[in-house]
Design a protein around this ligand. Structure first.
Ligand code: ADP
Ligand code: 5GP
Length: 402
């Protein structure tokens, strides 16, 4: 027998005899939240690029088409919908075999309430459900030329399967060796400004006369790959991340002196004299803020490179002084077309039929939603998934899907 408690099974029988919690009609579901009904899906139209959402207001008898934010699930062969905490609807996509079967439509979360105020319209926001937790991202800041990129490269080279770099967007021109999509996403200002307006960025700032920003997708993509995300951003960006829902470790890198910083910037040879001067002028204010703003958990001096790298590894627990707790990427959940869904407290029970094994075999998937984290406009993490294999002769086994 596995690690999940057996009480699920007894409770399940009670709950199932009380009937399912959701209502479903064809390809669409309707879910009541207070005096509003959220109708999701129903796009029989193959050309539709995503699942539609409409809201029926019972008090006025009117239909409202909300502004839909976030990355939306693709149209599918149907889904189940289940209300969680009165503020989000969990969507379970039918027949999904990828890691994209669980989605959340946020209807009254903090983020949705804020966006309603900003946009002045009815708002809903999609967020993709992801199993397990991601490790805390690492934000690295410091003046230009201090050695951030060098230290990050050393870390990624020594621990290639552990860390992934958040590829920022920038409006500055690429340097000789820089590759689009690897070092930065080099972008037109108008495109980047539109994406910022559309809520695609976790943070952005004007740095040395150019626009730089971290897209939500850049950070989530690294976490999805099972790696710990490293962000190389300026102090303004670090301040925005600190104020966001992203729980990160903040590290500031200081030069031993302004003279050393100037020599490094010049020796790198990537900036014009004018740009070097601009970066040096900005450096003093950055160092001042880095040391005094209270944003940073750690300040490292990059005098001797090897020593600084060892100190960086030490504070990340990579020098053998602490367990590294490296997590692998969670695998997808396979959900057949035919399944029914019910809810008991914080557990969502998905009853799956396995046609090839006949009626004798049923598979129960339990989604534990008690420790959800994050949410729109990023992913919703912390889903825990258990499978219970049962056959006509009784319960066969319970195991956590890792
Ligand atoms: P940043 O990413 O912070 O702008 P880089 O990593 O590009 O800075 O480093 C700037 C230059 O300084 C590079 O040529 C790099 O090789 C050099 N450098 C980095 N750390 C040191 C150090 N501790 N001592 C001397 N030179 C260094
Ligand atoms: P560079 O032009 O030398 O690559 O970077 C200049 C500065 O921009 C550095 O301080 C770097 O940390 C910062 N930067 C790079 N990407 C981002 C980002 O996505 N957001 C913010 N706020 N700063 C960034």
């Amino acid at each position: 027998m596995g690690e999940a408690p057996v009480f699920f099974v007894d409770n399940l029988q009670d709950e199932l005899s009380n009937g399912f919690v959701l209502k479903s009609k064809g390809l669409e579901t309707s879910t009541d939240v207070g005096d509003r009904t959220f109708v999701i899906g129903g796009a029989n139209n193959d050309s539709a690029s995503s699942i539609g959402v409409q809201i029926y207001e019972k008090s006025t008898g009117k239909w409202v088409i909300p502004t839909v934010l976030g990355t939306k699930p693709k149209p599918c062969k149907g889904h189940s919908a289940i209300l969680l905490n009165e503020d989000r609807i969990m969507i379970i996509i039918r027949g999904s075999t990828q890691d994209d079967c669980i989605w959340f439509l946020e209807v009254d979360t903090k983020y949705v309430k804020e966006q309603k105020k900003v946009l002045g319209t009815e708002v809903v926001a999609w967020s993709k459900g992801v199993r397990g937790d991601a490790e805390k991202p690492i934000v690295i800041s410091g003046p230009s030329g201090v050695g951030k990129g060098t230290l990050i490269n050393m870390l990624m080279k020594e621990f290639p399967s552990m860390f992934g770099f958040s590829v920022s967007h920038t409006t500055r021109a690429p340097r000789n060796m820089e590759k689009n999509g690897v070092h930065y996403h080099f972008t037109e200002r108008s495109v980047m400004e539109k994406d910022i307006k559309d809520g695609k960025f976790l943070e952005f700032a004007s740095v040395h006369g150019n626009l730089y920003g971290t897209s939500l997708e850049a950070v989530e993509a690294v976490a999805d790959s099972g790696k710990r995300c490293i962000l190389d951003i300026d102090v303004q960006g670090a301040r925005s991340v600190k104020a966001s829902s992203l729980d990160a470790i903040f590290i500031f890198i200081c030069p031993p002196s302004m003279k050393d910083l100037e020599e490094r910037l010049r020796a790198r040879g990537t900036e014009t004299e004018e740009q070097v001067q601009k970066r040096l002028r900005n450096a003093e204010a950055e160092i001042e803020q880095g040391k005094s703003s209270g944003i940073f958990d750690h300040i490292l001096y990059n005098d001797n490179l090897e020593e600084c790298y060892e100190n960086l590894k030490k504070l990340l627990g990579l020098d053998g002084s602490a367990p590294t707790n490296h997590k692998s990427s969670p695998k997808g959940i396979d959900l057949p077309l035919n399944h029914s869904v019910s809810k008991i407290d914080n557990k969502i029970l998905i009853n799956c039929e396995t046609p090839e094994l006949g009626n004798a075999s049923k598979n129960l998937i339990v989604l534990d939603v008690s420790s959800l984290k994050g949410g729109a406009p990023g992913r919703t993490r912390g889903l825990n998934v258990y499978a219970i294999d049962s056959f006509s002769d009784g319960l066969n086994g319970i195991h956590k899907l890792s």
